[in-house]
Design a protein around this ligand. Structure first.
Ligand SMILES: *Cc1c(COP(=O)(O)O)cnc(C)c1O
Length: 381
């Protein structure tokens, strides 16, 4: 099956009791048993719920994997991956991963004894030198936030396979419509379902997909044992969102490409970061590894002042100022004070993140209106 057909049909069966074409919201905490241990496959809703089962199967299909496991948030999914390891185990990750992932590793799991090595993303290719006999996992995220750097997934998973090290890729920014890390050799794919998969800014959820049965069993065990499960209503909303994932992603990509080109030609705009632009350092790699360049665009103003940046963001009317990305509506964020506010300024500058950087999550509105909004916001002083 091709992608759009899978997005609409995979994992979904008409409801066995009524034939309902949409998977019902099984809003129940428990299931009645005929006699102790004799039941229809469901016992207690933390362990499993039919609405969640349908969603997990759909997500597995979209990532070309065998097993999908959903969690209460993206970070709960990452938390489950990190719980696979024991004190002394080493994990390698790029230094500019999603801030919440870094905080979880540094503040929760490092004190519990896991050993993290953070590498400069531009030197991630040299990661083989960091692998020791204690290395268990390499964590990747590509494209990165907010500078949209691209990591060669196949190259890294190749090195890791030779050394018996697992790889997990945070595929949130690309979505399975644009990139399938399992096909490139990754062991686990992680998603903040909150973003493009849900797509409507109304749900917080996370997911893992793998084709490795043993890993899936351990991750399912953690899902039930730690209990960070999503509720059935949220699973329903994401099942609904998935049905238009391909249509939304097509428009996100088209709109973002047009905006990136328009910004590049604007006299008041400095650097524009978008993997679809030919001068972007990851352009060629993104062209090979992804099926499109995504919906996130970052840019700097030529007027290098914090005040002008803030005023530009305040002037925007259609782009709403807020954290998150991947919804149908356009959003803008100021990474230096929002997502990366916790990072010391020196370190931010070291990774190339200026105080004047603006990140756009380009929505699926009419692109002419989005361009006009940016034009009036950048143009006015
Ligand atoms: C939002 C996000 C997360 C965290 O997901 P939550 O659903 O907010 O817990 C992880 N990685 C990336 C790239 C994200 O954008």
């Amino acid at each position: 099956m091709k992608f759009a057909t899978k997005a609409i049909h995979a994992g979904i069966e008409p409801d066995p009791s009524t034939g309902a074409i949409m998977t019902p919201i099984y809003q129940t905490s428990t299931y009645v048993q005929e006699s102790p241990g004799r039941h229809k496959g469901y016992e207690y809703a933390r362990s499993s719920n039919p609405t969640r089962t349908a969603l997990q199967n759909a997500l597995a299909a979209l990532e070309n994997g065998k097993y999908g496991i959903c969690y209460a948030s993206g970070l709960a999914a990452t938390d489950a991956v990190l719980k696979l390891f024991l004190p002394g185990d080493e994990i390698i990750a790029p230094s500019d991963i999603y801030g919440g992932t870094y905080r979880l590793m540094k503040r929760i799991f490092e004190p519990l004894g896991l050993v993290f090595k953070f590498v400069d993303i531009d030197e991630i290719g040299g990661l083989a030198a960091l692998i020791t006999t204690k290395t268990r996992l390499v964590w990747l995220e590509t494209p990165t936030n907010p500078l949209l750097k691209i990591i060669d997934i196949k190259h890294i998973t190749g090195i890791c396979k030779e050394r018996n090290v697992l790889t997990c890729v945070d595929n949130t920014f690309a979505s399975p419509y644009l990139q399938n890390p399992l096909d490139l050799g990754a062991d686990i794919v992680m998603h903040s379902v909150t973003k493009y998969l849900g797509g409507h800014s109304d749900t917080v959820m996370g997911a893992l997909v793998t084709s490795n049965g043993e890993l899936a069993n351990r991750l399912k065990f953690i899902q039930n044992a730690s209990g960070a499960v999503p509720g059935p209503q949220d699973c329903f909303l994401v099942l609904r969102g998935l049905k238009t994932l391909h249509l939304r992603m097509q428009r996100h990509c088209e709109n973002a490409a047009q905006i990136a080109m328009w910004l590049s030609a604007h006299s008041k705009v400095g650097k524009v970061y978008y993997p679809g632009l030919p001068h972007h350092p990851g352009h060629e790699l993104a062209g090979k590894q992804m099926r499109g360049f995504g919906g996130v665009v970052s840019f700097e103003l030529k007027d290098d002042s914090y005040e002008k940046t803030v005023r530009t963001m305040e002037n925007l009317r259609i782009f709403a100022l807020g954290e998150s990305l991947g919804g149908v509506e356009s959003l803008c964020t100021h990474p230096a004070s929002m997502s990366h506010g916790g990072m010391p300024r020196e370190e931010r500058l070291k990774i190339g993140l200026k105080d004047t950087l603006i990140r756009l999550s380009v929505g699926v509105e009419d692109v002419e209106d989005l361009v006009a909004d940016l034009d009036q916001a950048i143009g006015s002083d």
